[in-house]
Design a protein. Sequence first.
Length: 75
Amino acid sequence: MSLNFELFDAVVLILAILVVGQFLRDGKSNYLEGILCFFVYVLIAVAAFYYPNPVPGEESAGSSLSGEEAVHRFR
């Protein structure tokens, strides 16, 4: 497994870190914060379910391509 993440994966990870950080900032929790955290995770799960899977064997757009491969790929 490489560390070449899709943009979606990176954004979702940062979103989850920010949401949990905001909920834990005051050191207390209540039902509303718990429900909001739950809904954020459900939203992430639904978005990940409908996000298209990458094609196996095809490198992601962030990888380094030679000039000729890039030209043929984007035509």
